[in-house]
Ligand binder design. Structure first.
Ligand code: ZN
Ligand code: ZN
Length: 473
């Protein structure tokens, strides 16, 4: 960490011990029980990318005046934030590409049911909004009720919250933490004001595309690392957390050593999943992506095979099955291929990380811009009795072979952030970075300063980079 801009709790503890001041230690413990003193925050000004209105040009760099923080709010001075592909439409105001053929047009979707947001009084596009899915930085001030972090801590503002006290968190599914239910337009609280008095909000209470983030403590995870901001921003970004969450966290499913893993889609989620599979001990790791540059990176960070879905066409699923053939697959010899009638068994674990095209790519296009085909293929390339984790945002409904779905033994794991539990897992992911097990640099191929954020986001949108990281100096 940059010594000029903050001090870690680790150094605080070390310095505190050196001072051998028993009173100070006692005071620190007392604060941990009774809460921290009220934050004193002036209406300081900061620069933020503010999105408002519709269409291209909706996001501009402006100056805002911070509102005083209260309660469980944490003020974080941003060091880095990842430019998540999910927010391409919100940041750049670009329209989604139209399907090339009628067959690619998604069928009319029924009501979204449990996932349908409640009706809102406010329209997100009318609000002055700082976009972003969180980031990393240093705590500058805390509200009086905050316990999880202290001023000077280096932290990850997580894309998903982890309260640790709700029913889902207590059952080990903090990726479904109840705090996720309070991020709609009507739930957001203003954290700043523009010069004309317009209140400024943050996407999901976290934002990130600004010099500061104001997050409730449920979203804030302390991390103690001295790694460069761009690398920490990568491994703590929503995409790497999802990829590692699906593979190295074992929150949803555990990868056994010498098992086979297929990763469909090698953007930042998929390439993190490839690394997580390698770290967890998989020995056959099949990376699938239409973009040659991404397949190259996949092979460099741990994939044993790389497939182009355009070149494989309808044979993609059979190709994955043939690559997962096991030496003992002959009947009675203890193989993995049920019945032995198919070419190979399919992958023990498949990670779907393809998703839809938010805009038409300027790199090699995949066979289906809606992401539906990739999800269906991911299901079919999973071994009978195997596991599938899906992470992609798709446009439309999926159709699966009914009998395979009914009694094929495939367990589908659906979740936020690959099922990651932020407080449990993100510090471990940072440790993987620190120990050289996770390669952040190969994934963060467009690192841009705050002033050039839009340039970085366009590279992400058009898939001419793997992902982008915005840094604040
Ligand atoms: Zn995201
Ligand atoms: Zn919770």
């Amino acid at each position: 960490m940059d010594k000029k801009r903050g001090i870690s709790r680790r150094s605080l503890l070390r310095d505190g011990a050196a001072a051998a001041a028993g009173g100070a230690a006692l005071l620190s413990q007392t604060r941990a029980v009774l809460g921290q003193p009220p934050a004193v925050v002036t209406r300081s000004r900061f620069r933020a990318w503010i999105s408002r209105g519709d269409g291209p040009g909706r996001t501009t760099l402006q100056e805002a005046a911070l509102r005083p923080i209260t309660g469980r709010q944490v003020l974080v001075r941003t060091e880095a934030t990842n430019l998540c592909y999910t927010l391409v439409p919100a940041v750049l105001g670009l329209a989604a590409p139209q399907p090339a053929t009628a067959a690619q047009a998604p069928p009319a979707a029924p009501a979204a049911g449990a996932l349908a947001p409640p009706p809102s009084q406010r329209r997100t596009n009318d609000m002055a909004m700082i976009q972003g899915h969180g980031g990393v930085g240093v705590v500058e001030a805390v509200g009086p009720e905050v316990r999880r972090v202290q001023v000077g801590d280096r932290v990850c503002v997580s894309g998903t919250p982890h309260c640790g006290a709700c029913y889902r968190c207590l059952r080990g599914r903090s990726d479904m933490c109840q705090f996720l239910s309070a991020i709609g337009p009507d739930d957001l609280v203003a954290i700043a004001d523009l010069a004309d008095g317009t209140p400024v909000y943050q996407n999901s209470h976290i934002g990130g595309l600004a010099e500061v983030m104001v997050a409730f403590e449920e979203w804030v995870v302390p991390i103690f690392t001295t790694k460069p901001a761009a690398e920490v921003g990568m491994v703590c970004g929503c995409t790497s957390v999802a990829g590692l969450g699906a593979t190295a966290a074992h929150g949803l499913v555990a990868i056994e050593p010498a098992s086979s893993v297929a990763v469909v889609g090698c953007g930042p989620i998929g390439l993190s999943a490839v690394q997580g599979a390698r770290i967890a001990g998989a020995t056959t790791i099949i990376a699938i992506d239409p973009i040659a540059a991404r397949r190259q990176v996949a092979l460099a960070v741990g994939a044993t095979h790389a497939l182009d879905p355009n070149a494989e066409g309808d044979g993609l699923v059979d190709k994955v099955r043939s690559l997962t053939t096991w030496p003992t697959d002959r009947l009675w010899a203890g193989g993995r291929n049920p019945g032995g009638r198919r070419p190979g068994s399919g992958a023990d674990l498949v990670i779907e990380a393809a998703g839809l095209d938010a805009v038409a790519p300027r790199a090699e296009r995949g066979p289906d811009p809606t992401g539906v085909l990739a999800m269906q293929q991911a299901y079919r390339m999973t071994a009978l009795g195997g596991h599938l984790v899906t992470t992609g945002l798709i446009r439309g409904d999926i159709v699966l072979p009914g009998n395979l779905f009914s009694f094929g033994g495939v367990t589908h794991h659906s979740g936020q952030a690959g099922g990651c539990s932020p407080m449990r897992d993100i510090p471990r992911f940072v440790e993987l970075l620190e120990r050289g097990r996770f390669d952040a640099r190969s994934l963060a191929t467009a690192v841009v300063p705050l002033e050039r954020m839009l340039e970085g986001y366009e590279q992400v949108a058009y898939r001419t980079t793997i992902t982008g990281i915005m840094t604040v100096s």
